[in-house]
Ligand binder design. Sequence first.
Ligand SMILES: NC(=O)C1=CN([C@@H]2O[C@H](COP(=O)(O)OP(=O)(O)OC[C@H]3O[C@@H](n4cnc5c(N)ncnc54)[C@H](OP(=O)(O)O)[C@@H]3O)[C@@H](O)[C@H]2O)C=CC1
Ligand SMILES: Nc1c(N[C@@H]2O[C@H](COP(=O)(O)O)[C@@H](O)[C@H]2O)[nH]c(=O)[nH]c1=O
Length: 208
Amino acid sequence: MRPRVTLKLATSLDGRIATATGESQWITGPEARLQGHRLRATHDAILVGVETVLADDPELTVRLQDYEGGHPLRVVLDSRLRTTATAKVASGNTLIITSAAPHAIGHAEVVTVAAIDSRPAIPAVLDALSARNIGSVLIEGGGRVAASFIQAGAVDAIEWFRAPILLGGEGRPCVAGLALAKLADAPKFRRLGVEPVGDDLWERYARV
Ligand SMILES: NC(=O)C1=CN([C@@H]2O[C@H](COP(=O)(O)OP(=O)(O)OC[C@H]3O[C@@H](n4cnc5c(N)ncnc54)[C@H](OP(=O)(O)O)[C@@H]3O)[C@@H](O)[C@H]2O)C=CC1
Ligand SMILES: Nc1c(N[C@@H]2O[C@H](COP(=O)(O)O)[C@@H](O)[C@H]2O)[nH]c(=O)[nH]c1=O
């Protein structure tokens, strides 16, 4: 069975995850980010694309007061192995999934999987996670990785934190191109709940 996939988004009102220059820290407020850490704590793995690693150098750990559980496995989709050994994720407890010939990157494990259009294919990524007993994965961006999982029909739920700011059309979209020709082909979700969290809004969706 493939892992359950949840897409977490932290966006402006107009669905942008960063400015055109890639600045994104922080769009949502501290309360929403705390909730993000609670979500991390309930997943076996946190997955991002390499552009997020290069832009943010994220830690991708659970940082909650009095938290004594383990940290989820950090997973990076990195077609050409551009993650550097000095990136925070290279310190260990990380799986880098590539479509290139593997080479060592810090203390991370590097695995090569089947590719579609020179990038790790999502079904192969999910197989690699299942093989490591990962039952649930939280996708934390960016927009291109989010689009690939949606196009593969692999997003089961969305946790959407929406901040009361506008970033405009030049900003980076939370979901990059889906190449949809018809409205009828749009992936559909049903709202499970909506609540304020600090100054932001937290919307929860499940796939229809
Ligand atoms: N506000 C938020 O919630 C978040 C904001 N961000 C921001 O988003 C920006 C980065 O997003 P974005 O540019 O979309 O990049 P991503 O983080 O989605 O990374 C995309 C890259 O991942 C690699 N990749 C490997 N396999 C796949 C695959 N199957 N599908 C798609 N990509 C794959 C590709 O590298 P290659 O080209 O080498 O093939 C691709 O270019 C940054 O500015 C960051 O700050 C990021 C996360 C969350
Ligand atoms: N910008 C943004 C988020 N960004 C996500 O958080 C990651 C940083 O994680 P860490 O280094 O562990 O703190 C970053 O790479 C991206 O995946 N999250 C949010 O809740 N709100 C925000 O405004």
